[in-house]
Design a protein around this ligand. Structure first.
Ligand code: SF4
Length: 689
């Protein structure tokens, strides 16, 4: 028995799925993944995991894994060596840079990959190709939340940790479905609600699991969250319930702010949101009566024409009520992917260098230029939405994308596909031959988290290390090695032998990471940025100061932007979101037979009222049409949705059923995040059950 035990390898890893950041041991024998063993020392989850973390690892040994570099020849691809693939890339990208200028190149980074890989990819774009045209998928989800927080409190991350969520007296969840999207975090809310008498308020179109358990579930009309939030804030001020001392000592701009919300009366809010005045008063009263409120929000808030403004309104409300800088309170935008926080933190954004320092700032840019021995353009680059636009009109000719399924998850994918067809040269690096890879000229085989080392940063700003469990399959390589080898092909002299060296470089250059090191992240240890040079974490932000020169927060006036208007024939509102069992479109989870057996593909939730009116049953096949495209999907009659509001999960591994055949190219006016949550469609019956 001992012999057998000996051959079992136990390695600590961090979950590759959502932004909660669970860590656990993976037990392997050879390439077989025997089990996932949670340990009580795991800082975020202890002994909890969800179905994805526990059972979602079959993809690693899937026969569909890419194992060799591929080069396009006509309509097919042939297997190539690394040398061949990287040489071709070096030649093509250099030609584009020389002939069309650096701004003709675009770089799309991966929030599934490590902090070190994200750091290196932006270094590649900026220092070797002299372009800031780099972005990651937070542009599709939480950039509006970050922008709203930057405006008001100065840091674009959660203001506290899951500990604060547990301790709060009131949790408000707006436009998020944590029970499915952030399951282990949701269990903490459920437990506190049950055992600690925590109050729970959910604002959502759909009656999701937390809404079902909530003390109050409010259902405003789609796209009107800013209005009820501002009305609640105004009501609190009108009653004199604001945190007077906190506002006087720590917050700027109260007079101007008060004027800006004058229009958000109870009457106005009732008319716009459909919520009764009593309901709005009830929400305000719940906040007033609670000693400590946390607001959790996600895509239901951000993916709108006014997503940044609504995020700002949430932060304004928290400031007015003094819910920053103390335990059991604060702002919690919930990060989707395992490392969407880290991808932005480590600089894969067109306007920020690592640690959210502006690329336009001469001192900051100079620091990187000296360290890297190159020049970096001062002008911020294009974000991923603008890159697609620029491909469409011929300004961007070459693109390098890794670990992103843009051809399926971007909004209005018909438009995105047309753009990809126009690229002169397109490199896609992934673990599978994705939908996006079908448009590529070169496809590079990367290694998933179990086959490499690195760090991920969760929604709490917590950096955690994970260890290599398996050897890379076939010719696969960790993404950071591919970037290093590619840079060296282009004449750089990058000597990184281990991700710890990349982290050491980032820590030296970006002040918020100054005390981050692999030594301090050994085993179950973790660090929460900003980290002081001597390694001290900052779990709770703003204890003494907000991140502005005078240390004070700013109330930031915002107005409501009505959602996108459609012509009358598109008479149904289409919402979309995640599922517990499948992650996103499912390119990893859908490789687990067990998971697929439970959740094979997406469906369309239709209210009982609408099903009756249109003569639909669970199982009926319908076609949805928007101004942008069509999708075919089966109906699921559900009490979770109401009236003319539909809901569709986003787990489509093929185009025909993808919700993004229907979404538009309109976006949040401040950050260019697509308005995924403002789709309107018409519905035709194709086949009764
Ligand atoms: Fe992984 Fe998120 Fe599930 Fe934790 S809650 S196991 S991080 S998917």
């Amino acid at each position: 028995a001992t012999m057998r035990e000996d051959r079992i390898k136990k390695s600590k890893t961090v979950c590759t799925y959502c932004g909660v950041g669970c860590s656990f041991e993976v037990w392997t024998k050879g390439r077989d993944i025997l089990k996932v063993q949670p340990e009580k020392d795991a800082p975020v989850n202890g002994i909890s995991t969800c179905v994805k973390g526990k059972f979602g690892w079959d993809f690693v040994n899937s026969e569909e894994r890419l194992t060799k570099p591929l080069i396009r020849k006509g309509d097919t691809f042939y297997e190539a060596t690394w040398d061949e693939a990287l040489s071709l890339m070096a030649k093509k990208f250099s030609e584009i840079k020389e002939n069309e200028g650096p701004e003709a190149l675009g770089f799309i980074s991966s929030s599934k990959c490590t902090n070190e890989e994200n750091y290196l990819f932006q270094k590649l774009a900026r220092s070797i190709f002299q372009t800031n045209n780099i972005d990651n998928c937070s542009r599709y989800c939480q950039t509006p939340a970050s922008a709203g927080l930057m405006r008001t409190v100065g840091i674009g991350g959660d203001s506290g940790t899951i500990e604060d969520i547990k301790q709060a007296e009131l949790i408000i969840v707006v436009g998020a479905n944590p029970a499915e999207s952030h399951p282990v975090l949701a269990t903490r809310v459920k437990r506190a609600h049950k055992l600690n008498d925590q109050k729970l308020l959910v604002a959502d179109l759909r009656r999701n699991e937390l809404a079902d358990r909530a003390d109050l579930h409010i259902h405003p009309k789609p796209g009107t969250d800013l209005v009820w939030i501002a009305a609640v804030t105004k009501y609190i001020l009108d009653q004199g319930w604001e945190a007077k001392q906190f506002l006087a000592e720590r917050v700027n701009n109260i007079t101007e702010f008060k004027q800006s919300i004058a229009k958000f009366t109870l009457d106005y809010a009732e008319k716009v949101t459909g919520l009764s005045k009593e309901m709005i008063i009830k929400v305000a009263t719940m906040i007033h009566e609670s000693d400590g409120t946390c607001v959790l929000w996600a895509m239901g808030v951000t993916q709108h024409l006014g997503g940044t403004d609504t995020s700002t309104a949430i932060s304004n409300l928290l400031l007015v009520t003094g819910n920053y800088g103390r335990p059991g309170a604060g702002a919690f935008p919930l990060r989707g992917h395992n490392n969407v926080q880290g991808a932005s933190d480590f600089g894969t954004m067109p306007n920020w260098l690592p640690g959210y320092e502006p690329v336009e700032n001469d001192e900051v840019r100079g620091r990187y230029e000296r360290a890297w021995g190159t020049s970096i353009p001062k002008q911020p680059g294009l974000n991923n939405h603008q890159i697609v636009e620029a491909i469409t009109d011929g300004r961007v000719k070459g693109m390098y994308l890794f670990g992103e399924e843009m051809a399926l998850v971007d909004s209005n994918i018909n438009y995105v596909h047309e753009a990809f067809e126009k690229l002169d040269f397109f490199v896609v690096q992934d673990i599978f031959f994705s939908k996006t890879a079908q448009f590529a000229d070169v496809v590079l085989p990367a290694a998933p988290s179990l086959e490499k080392e690195g760090t991920f940063t969760n929604t709490e700003r917590r950096i955690q290390r994970f260890y290599q469990v398996l050897e890379p399959l076939g010719d696969c390589k960790p993404d950071w090695e591919i970037f290093r080898d590619f840079a060296n092909k282009l004449g750089a002299n990058w000597k990184y032998e281990h991700p710890s060296e990349i982290m050491a470089e980032a820590a030296k250059l970006a002040p918020i990471f100054s005390g981050v090191s692999y030594d301090r992240l050994e085993g179950w240890e973790s660090q929460i940025w900003p980290v002081t040079p001597d390694g001290e974490s900052t779990p709770l932000l703003y204890k003494e100061k907000f991140k502005f020169v005078d240390g004070k927060a700013r109330l930031f006036p915002v107005d409501w932007t009505p959602p996108q208007q459609y012509s009358e024939e598109f008479d149904l509102h289409l919402n979309n979101g995640r599922l517990l069992e499948q992650f996103h479109e499912g390119n990893m989870t859908a490789k687990s037979d067990g998971i697929n057996h439970i959740i094979p593909g997406p469906w369309l939730e239709v209210s009982e009222e609408l099903a009756k009116e249109r003569n639909l049953e669970t199982g009926s096949l319908v076609r949805l049409t928007s101004p942008y495209g069509k999708a075919k999907v089966r109906v699921f009659v559900s009490t979770a949705v109401k009236g003319k509001e539909l809901y569709m999960p986003m787990n489509a591994t093929e185009n025909e059923r993808a919700v993004n055949k229907l979404t538009s190219s309109y976006y949040d006016k401040d950050t260019h995040t697509p308005n995924y949550k403002e789709a309107q469609v018409k519905m035709e019956m194709l086949e009764q059950k």
